[in-house]
Every structure is written in C-alpha cells, then in structure tokens.
Design a protein around this ligand. Structure first.
Ligand SMILES: C[S@@+](CC[C@H](N)C(=O)[O-])C[C@H]1O[C@@H](n2cnc3c(N)ncnc32)[C@H](O)[C@@H]1O
Length: 443
C-alpha cells in the first residue's frame, strides 16, 4: 500500500493535542505521527490516513499532501522544481487553481513573486502534458498548491481539504467574534473533554455567543465526525482512494445515526447576556445536529451552576475592541427597562472608547471582578478554562490560575487560564494583582 507524507497545520499551541488526536485515528487507518513543529504536525500513511484526518480531526486547519522537497538557491530553481512535478496525475486543466506560499528566512525577492513563479510552473506543466492551462481562482479554487520555503529548502504540497477544516458546515451566523471551531475543540481537549470522558462531565459556557464550544463539545460527546457535514478538496483530485473513502463515509454516517438515537447529553449548558446571540447559537446548534442543548439568557455575573454537581466552565470572554462587555452595572446602569443589547448598542451609548483593560476602578474591571466572585461563591469544585488575550485576567478576577497555556487565536497571542475553584484558590482583596501576570507561562 502506497504511503504518503502529510502535514496538518493547526492553531499554534495545539500541536501536542493535534498529535494525540492524529494518533487516535489509528483505529480507522494506519497513521504514523511524526514531528511537531510550531503550527502543525507531520504524519504519514496511506490515502485513508489523510482522508480520515480530514473527516475526523477537530484540531487540524488543513491536511496537506507532500508532493516533493528540494534544496534551492534561486527563484529559477523553484520554478524548475515545480515544473518537474507530475501535477497532471492529480488534476487537469479543467480545474481551477490557487497557489499559496509561506516562508521562514527564505532568500527570495518576495513571496508574491515566488507564488507567481510556482503558478506559472504548474500551468506550464499542465499545458505541456495536457494541451491547456488551468484557470486561476483565488476564492473558490478546485485545487490548491501550497509551497513552504526555508532558507535552504522548498517543499510543495497539494491541499486535500479545500475549505479550511474549521469550517464544519454548520455555522449559519457568526455573531460578533466567534471562536474558530478547531481552537474551541483544542481547548476542550486541553480541558479533558474527549469522547471517552465527555459522557460523565458537566460543561457550561456562560458567554456562549454563537455556541462554538457547545457544538464542538456535543459532537465530541456523541462521536460525530467533525467533517460529517461538508465536502473535501481531495474529492476533486484524481488519485485518491475512492474505496477507502466510501468505507470512511459509511462509518461516519453510522456514527451520525447512532448519535441521533442517543441524543445530546443533558450535561452541556450555555448562556449569554444577549438574546440575539442565543437565537444565533440555537440555529447553529440545530444545524450541527445538537439542537437539544440547554440555553439561557443570563448575565455571567449572576450565573449559577446549571446542575448540582461540579464540572468545567469553558469560555472566551469579551476582549478588547473586538467585542465589549455588556450589561454593565454601577452608576451608569439606569435599569431603565431597555434590554442590554439596546442599552449598550453604539447608538445608545455613544463611543465609549472601547474596552478598558486592567483598570480596577473601570466598568470592565468591575465585570471581571464580579464574574470572578460568581465563580468563587457558587462554583466550588469546578474548573474554569478561560481563553483571553488579556494577560491580566486572573488579577482582574482576583483568582490565581493553576495553569496558563499559550495559544494563538489567529495572529492574536492568548492564554488559556485554568482556575481550579477549590477553597484557598481565592486571592485576598488587596493581594498583589500582578502575581498572576508575573508567573511564567507554562507550555
Ligand atoms: C468573544 S464572545 C464569545 C464567542 C463565542 N465563544 C462564540 O464562539 O461565538 C463573548 C460573548 O460574551 C457575551 N457577553 C458580554 N457580556 C456578557 C455578560 N455580562 N454576561 C454574559 N455574556 C456576556 C457576548 O454577548 C458574547 O457573545
């Protein structure tokens, strides 16, 4: 059986979690997990391994098939290297093409120029072998070629995913600042939420927005394949293993059928202050096949445990200018009968200068202090996992984290703070709020 080299990019910080997830695919196809590099994991196996990763990985952003690797000295070397590859064995001139290039310390004039040269090489090759050049389509191409350049080597990849894998096919409405599905899934894994553990755990997202954590958590608990609701780029390529794909699809359909019979676990809960967001979350959850999740409109400061046994809280609270904390209290809170959406819409409130970070007397500090108090007072025995780019969050919440994990939300450097809400974890009033900020990041 032919073996291929694959590379799966993922959000930075989730490489180890992705490697573990890929190793678990061994139950479906022979997979040999290789090196982890910042932002991805190498693996090898037959076509079935690459297809299973596309269908089942919740953490990978894509699955790339390695075509060839070679040293280079000049831009012409890269053109000739790309020209030598047998692209015609994978696709024809009738299919549209897109080329993307990334590089680290690559001694080239510009990556844009290399992108053009590789595109020329692929098109020249197809014209020579098949009589015509493919058209370029940068928005919805049939085929994507990726190149990765280091200071000395060029590697060419054929994309097997098509649209990025975090696009599961169920998101209708994004809301203001949705979390990428693969980052949410990675966080759930770091929090110990896996197919074999989820049945016994309680999960609550008190700022659930469009419902990303909830949809991922429910699908994981039910064993629904991440990509069950979408198509993949390899389905447009010539050489993939159709028989193995049929087998994987039948297994996926069976898993979905079993999931429908079992129904969504009654241990997953979400709330948000915004009724609009909850409408969006409900639509998304229904499309993801997990519409039975309990949702409630609650200000996170007033939250209480949804069941009488401890579990985990996962959330990415509002941060920075992307989205603001709503439902502010204090002197500005007139409780005038308007709902929070209206009261804090820009038209009503005017420009409030965005989100103020780490200002103990500011309104946002008040939110995080009150949110921290709610955790301390009502969630004893729970663990909370909060993703934020605000490194001062533990200080603002007056809670000491038991772990901080660096993660990237796109280009935004974040931390996943874990708080174990046991007696004694509560930071005393007046205690230095910088303690949490000063502790060294743990990988
Ligand atoms: C960054 S978004 C969360 C995005 C969500 N994880 C998703 O994937 O769509 C923050 C959410 O916090 C909600 N929020 C803001 N202030 C709140 C409050 N006081 N109580 C509860 N939710 C609040 C917002 O409505 C928004 O949906």
């Amino acid at each position: 059986m032919a073996s291929f080299e694959f590379f799966a990019p993922c959000p930075r910080g989730l490489e180890e979690a992705l490697a573990a997830e890929l190793a678990e695919l061994g139950r479906l196809a022979p997979v040999s997990v290789g090196k982890q590099v910042p932002g991805g994991v190498h693996f090898a196996g037959p076509w079935a391994a690459g297809m299973a990763a596309n269908l089942h990985s919740r953490i990978a952003s894509r699955v790339l098939l390695r075509v060839a690797q070679q040293g280079y000295r000049s831009e012409q070397d890269i053109y000739e290297f790309a020209l030598r590859q047998r692209w015609e064995e994978w696709f024809g001139y009738q299919q549209t093409l897109r080329v993307d290039v990334t590089g680290i310390k690559a001694p080239v004039r510009s990556l844009e120029f290399i992108t053009l040269r590789i595109k020329d090489a692929v098109c020249d090759r197809l014209r020579e072998k098949t009589g015509a050049r493919p058209n370029i389509d940068t928005s919805e191409p049939d085929v994507r070629v990726f190149a990765f350049l280091t200071a000395t080597d060029a590697t060419l990849y054929l994309d097997t995913s098509g649209e990025a894998l975090f696009k599961r096919g169920w998101r209708l409405d994004k809301g203001a600042a949705p979390l990428r599905e693969n980052l949410a899934a990675g966080i759930l894994r770091l929090a110990g939420w896996r197919t074999d553990t989820a049945a016994d755990m309680v999960l609550y997202d008190p700022m659930c927005g469009s419902g990303t954590f909830l949809a991922e958590a429910a699908q994981i608990a039910l064993g629904v394949p991440a990509g069950a609701g979408r198509r993949f780029g390899f389905e447009k390529l010539k050489g993939y293993d159709i028989t193995a794909w049929q087998t994987l699809k039948v297994q996926a359909a069976e898993a979905q059928r079993d999931a429908r019979v079992r129904g969504v676990p009654s241990t997953i809960f979400g709330s948000d202050i915004s009724g609009d967001m909850l409408v969006k979350a409900r639509a998304n959850l229904e499309r993801a096949g997990v519409g039975d999740i309990g949702l409630k409109q609650v200000d996170a400061r007033d939250m209480s445990p949804p069941v009488d046994r401890p579990g985990i809280i996962v959330a990415n609270p509002p941060y920075g200018e992307r989205i603001e904390v709503r439902g502010r209290r204090g002197p500005r809170d007139g409780r005038d009968g308007r709902d929070d959406d209206e009261r804090y819409s820009p038209e009503v409130q005017g420009n409030r200068g965005g989100f103020q970070r780490n200002q103990p007397d500011g309104v946002d500090a008040e939110f995080f202090r009150a949110f921290g108090d709610a955790l301390k007072q009502r969630f004893t025995g729970w663990s909370a996992y909060l993703l934020t780019a605000d490194m001062s969050l533990p200080g603002q919440m007056r809670l000491r984290e038991s772990r901080r994990t660096p993660l990237y939300n796109g280009a935004l450097e974040c931390r996943l703070f874990r708080f174990d809400l046991i007696a004694g974890s509560v930071r005393k009033r007046g205690d230095s709020e910088s303690k949490g900020e000063d502790s060294a990041p743990q990988a």
